[in-house]
Design a protein around this ligand. Structure first.
Ligand code: PXP
Length: 240
């Protein structure tokens, strides 16, 4: 069975729009788990634009499935991860100005640094996954630095518009997944996955063990919940 990691960053994005206490990603994690999530994923960004230190600390205590912390290799963030000890850390590249994670980690360019970060994380018992493009050289490098898993970046697949380009991206991801599995790396995937493109990906690539999906699930949660939210406020107003 493919595991679903639910990324709740954007629950915190809405909270931070007002810098208030709601909606609380901790509450969202609880409901996601009750609904069947196999894991909760959060990205503690260096600029703390959505998830913050308090969230990660509380989630570590309340998540009953698995807590997956997406993080850069910034030393302060690594220190926090080693203190909090999530079940899993997913190393991602991080740029200040980006809207979301752009591209996979360039492991080859930062091999020594990443290897040292992985040693630190593993010494705390943290399972380590690296977010990579479907690129065989990067996947080989993931093995060299002793990662447990690679999360294949599905963003280009998700953005592909024509049938030919969708097929090309799926073929590329399949080749990468097969290769990663053949060198004994666990294979995960994520980014840009939606209710429209996820089934096709899973049918094509049976090597995938885990998906991490955020924006699309949080978007649907808002729309599905809008009816109840408006009705309840309307009733409250009319009851006076
Ligand atoms: N996986 C990784 C490594 C990510 O950085 C993100 C975005 O935070 C996701 C999965 C989830 O992507 P999306 O929000 O597009 O579903």
């Amino acid at each position: 069975m493919v595991r679903l990691g639910v990324n709740i960053d954007h629950v915190a994005t809405i909270r931070q729009a007002r810098k208030t206490i709601e909606p609380d990603p901790v509450d969202a994690a609880l409901i996601a788990e009750i609904a069947g999530a196999d894991g909760i994923t959060v990205h503690l960004r260096e600029d703390r634009r959505h998830i913050n230190d308090r969230d990660v600390k509380i989630l570590k205590k309340t998540v009953k499935t698995r807590l997956n912390l997406e993080m850069s290799i910034n030393l302060l963030i690594v220190k926090i991860a080693c203190q909090i000890k999530p079940d899993q850390a997913t190393l991602v590249p991080e740029k200040r100005q980006e809207i979301t994670t752009e591209g996979g980690l360039d492991i080859i360019a930062k091999e020594k640094k990443i290897k040292n970060v992985i040693i630190k994380l593993k010494s705390k018992g943290i399972w380590v996954s690296l977010f990579v493009e479907a690129d065989l050289e990067q996947i080989k490098a993931a093995k060299r630095v002793n990662a447990d898993a690679v999360e294949l970046h599905t963003g280009t697949y998700a953005n592909a518009k024509t049938e030919i380009s969708v097929k090309r991206q799926l073929d590329r991801l399949l080749k990468a997944a097969k290769f990663a599995k053949s060198i004994e790396l666990h294979v995960y995937a994520g980014h840009g996955l939606t209710y429209q493109n996820t089934a096709k990906l899973l049918k094509k690539i049976p090597e995938i063990e885990e998906l991490n999906i955020g924006h699309s699930i949080v978007s649907r949660a808002i729309l599905k919940g809008m009816d109840e939210a408006v009705r309840t406020m309307k009733m409250l107003i009319q009851s006076i």
